[in-house]
Ligand binder design. Structure first.
Ligand code: UTP
Length: 476
């Protein structure tokens, strides 16, 4: 269909859904802008719009979870709890090691978010985070992947999900950095989809006369994007069975964790998760629970107060497991979900969304004025045949860099990186100078090439120099 004919046929379809304003500036657009706008309208899933508006924008969201019966989800402890488990953990480690060495595991980082809270220009993965060398998040992950590949004598392919809003910039960064020394053939950068953003009245917002307001479709968008982009086919071709999934803002993540992979595989799980013990009943992390026999993550705001506060006789929380967005996902599950054309449910987020008014004036709202829609990866958990949870020690593996300042910020992340390095050094017998408040009195950074875990540090103890207060130490 030619552009003109197509637009005439789209007009009534848009009008039927109260979205005819998307063409309000059509007569003022030049041919290139018209093409751009037409492409974006084509991308809209028109058949879904009424449902989204009704259920997620103008209507009262159905509190589906509120009606459900929550039970605590079972988990494996960070340490085995008895002799039987000790044996199982050992077996799991061996199996995990074997699967990694056989090249059955791939890395997947989701890096398609907008990173609004961090407020950094460019992809979040390009943020210089490490305490001494200011290495970026992407570089740290790349060096870890390289170190793991070396340790196991295998290739660990890396899949990086971007969105149309940061894809070109991300590719540019990887090219400029020569893929951080990785073989570009083993790095697969692919894009997730986007969804339109709505005003609170249910009308899709325009950010410009030929630009529909849109945002990436959430980290859950990776299920579809893996298939659509060819990444899943690439994984199948390489014989990958397990995907090690994490978020771009956590530099402490332990990639290719043999214990986690091994427990997951031993129990025949399809999607598994790492968890931290929450530090408060209402800590702002997703909560693991079991609903109708299946592992789910529900948002902290959806966990009723009396359940959130409930404690066992020993004082620990009954619902103590917080989600940190680290998973193992089987390629087979991703394939099955795509074959079933299953879409993860959408969630709404009320946000300040810049837009243009009917007169074409740009508005920068001071109050939330619209709704962004997104899907969450953890909604795939109840669809997995089996799912395990492994508790981890927060200070070892979880430092989310969400904000420029305050909690979960660049400062807290760097401090945690230093503290983890200090703990690894101390466990190898190195004396780390400490401040009166107990924090390390030196700046420490351990490169992945030097150590992936405390055992590596212990093995290289002899090359670590004595530390004095105020020292800066970089080990590679
Ligand atoms: P967050 O929910 O923390 O969002 O994403 P964000 O975009 O990084 O930051 P804000 O909320 O705008 O400040 C958690 C992880 O999921 C990825 C992010 O890149 C991050 O790794 N993500 C999020 C995607 O890959 N796609 C999305 O659509 C959303």
């Amino acid at each position: 269909m030619t552009g003109k004919k197509e637009i005439e046929s789209l007009r009534p379809q848009l009008a039927q859904r109260h979205q005819e304003h998307l063409l309000a500036f059509w007569p003022q657009l030049d041919p290139r802008q018209r093409q751009e706008l037409l492409d974006q309208i084509r991308e809209l899933d028109l058949a879904k719009i009424d449902e989204w508006v009704e259920q997620l924008v103008t209507g009262t969201p159905i509190a589906e979870v509120a009606a459900k019966r929550f039970e605590p989800a079972p988990s494996y402890g960070a340490e085995p709890r008895d002799t039987g488990q000790r044996r199982k953990y050992r077996k799991a480690m061996e199996l995990g090691d074997k699967l990694i060495a056989q090249g059955k595991v791939a890395a997947l980082v989701v890096a398609g978010g907008q990173g609004v809270r961090l407020g950094f220009e460019g992809p979040k993965g390009n943020f210089p985070i490490s305490p001494v060398r200011q290495k970026t998040l992407f570089r740290l992950f790349a060096e870890t992947i390289q170190a793991v590949s070396r340790r196991y004598g295998t290739i660990c392919p890396w899949y990086v999900m971007t969105s149309p809003l940061n894809h070109a910039q991300t590719v540019e960064v990887f090219q400029k950095e020569n893929y951080y020394g990785l073989d570009p053939q083993d790095v697969f950068i692919f894009q997730q989809g986007t969804l339109p953003s709505f005003g609170l009245d249910g009308r899709i917002l325009l950010t410009d006369k030929a630009q529909i307001a849109r945002s990436p479709d959430g980290h859950g968008g990776c299920i579809r994007a893996l298939a659509r982009s060819g990444a899943l086919a690439d994984m199948k071709k390489r014989g990958i069975d397990y995907i090690s999934y994490w978020q771009v803002d956590n530099p402490l993540v332990r990639l290719f964790d043999p214990l986690f992979i091994g427990l997951h595989a031993l129990d025949g799980a399809e999607m598994s998760s790492k968890a931290v013990i929450k530090n408060a009943p209402k800590e702002k992390v997703g909560n693991f629970c079991r609903i109708e026999g299946r592992v789910n993550v529900i948002e902290y705001s959806d966990l009723p107060d009396e359940l959130a506060e409930k404690r066992r006789p020993d004082g620990t929380l009954v619902f103590e497991l917080g989600s940190i967005a680290i998973h193992i996902i089987n390629t087979e599950l991703v394939e099955r979900l795509n074959a079933q054309a299953y879409s993860l449910p959408l969630h709404r987020a009320v946000k300040k969304i810049p837009y243009i008014d009917p007169q074409g004036h740009r508005v920068q709202p001071k109050e939330p004025n619209g709704v962004k829609l997104e899907s969450f990866i953890f909604d795939a958990l109840p669809l997995a045949r089996e799912s395990i949870i492994l508790e981890i020690v927060r200070s070892e593996q979880f430092a989310p860099t969400k904000n420029a300042e305050g909690d979960d910020s660049v400062r807290t992340t760097r401090a945690m990186m230093v503290e983890r390095a200090a703990a690894w050094l101390e466990s190898a017998g190195v004396q780390v100078p400490r401040q009166p408040d107990g924090s390390a009195d030196c700046l420490l950074e351990i490169a992945p090439s030097f150590a992936l875990d405390p055992a590596d540090v212990a093995a290289k103890r002899h090359v670590v120099p004595e530390l004095q207060p105020g020292d800066q130490l970089y080990l590679q």
